[in-house]
Write a protein that binds this ligand. Sequence first.
Ligand SMILES: Cc1cc2nc3c(=O)[nH]c(=O)nc-3n(C[C@H](O)[C@H](O)[C@H](O)COP(=O)(O)OP(=O)(O)OC[C@H]3O[C@@H](n4cnc5c(N)ncnc54)[C@H](O)[C@@H]3O)c2cc1C
Ligand code: SF4
Length: 316
Amino acid sequence: MRAFTYERASSVEAAAKTVASNPEAMFIAGGTNLLDLMKLEIEAPAHLVDVNGLGLDKIEITPGGGLRIGALVTNTDLAAHEVVRRDYGLLSRAIVAGASGQLRNKATTAGNLLQRTRCPYFYDTNQPCNKRQPGTGCSAIGGFSRPLAVVGVSDACIASHPSDMAIAMRAFDATVETVKADGSRRSIPIADFHRLPGDTPHIDTVLERGEFITAVLLPPPIGGKQIYRKVRDRASYAFALVSVGAVIQPDGTGRVAIGGVAPKPWRVEAAEAELPNGASAATDVILADARPTEQNSFKVELVERTLGAVLAEARG
Ligand SMILES: Cc1cc2nc3c(=O)[nH]c(=O)nc-3n(C[C@H](O)[C@H](O)[C@H](O)COP(=O)(O)OP(=O)(O)OC[C@H]3O[C@@H](n4cnc5c(N)ncnc54)[C@H](O)[C@@H]3O)c2cc1C
Ligand code: SF4
């Protein structure tokens, strides 16, 4: 691992300024993804800015009746919060479907949204990977692609986004609140937060250099039956091959976001009009532009079956 210097941030603004002005600096929150990447020298920051201890670990009800989740709230605390369990059950279920208890105790809300792909070639520094080293090529195309994306992909990268939590955030239309180095703030709808790879797959999100996430906001509760179903190779401690996060209302309408199939949490609003017509009709729209590989074409049917199971569970 490359040697690095370390500081505890004194304020949000100071943290943003330090990282914006030093191309070799990075924020560290729980460290559960970043430290793994540093050990493999996939990330090699010369300076770490520890953003724990800035008071961003609170969950508050907003004046509009929604929820403001501090960026440093741990996954454990978020999943266990009584309002989250009662009104945003999908979020709670998605979080506990991920990682392990120990990891969730450290992993934070912002860090979870920003975790990098689990494409095996991204972690294998002996192999070409456009996301890790732009312009070197994509080893997964024509290589081992079983766990990777089938939709939203490009000729440069077919990586899937690994977060379970983000699927629920997408279904709830969350907003990511940030502070830039110049002190200005912005609110980014979760739908626009993660990027598709195009020909720049090394850029995962729309965040600018040094832009710091302070919170994630959820709109007021939308009720409905809230289900998270994750299909994976092992019953626990594994990333999704396919996951379905759904909020289904008593009349059969609802919202659906899909994990494991795209470079970002995948929600196609137009497909939701098809939900009362069943999983097959909705999946046709959700995966309309799918470009699966030979190894991961099974995911197309798996989405339909998983969504079918979710809709059946919602009907009781
Ligand atoms: C073995 C293992 C299994 C896992 N299984 C799952 C799983 O099944 N499902 C799942 O969803 N996840 C899984 N995870 C991933 C885990 O959820 C993430 O590693 C974790 O959520 C990252 O959060 P963190 O706070 O530790 O981020 P860190 O590792 O500290 O940071 C991640 C990135 O976010 C940046 N960052 C952190 N905070 C901020 C901020 N406030 N503003 C701007 N940038 C910031 C950092 O600079 C870094 O680039 C697994 C991880 C491991 C190691
Ligand atoms: S799919 Fe993306 S992350 Fe995986 S090898 Fe190709 S470029 Fe790298």
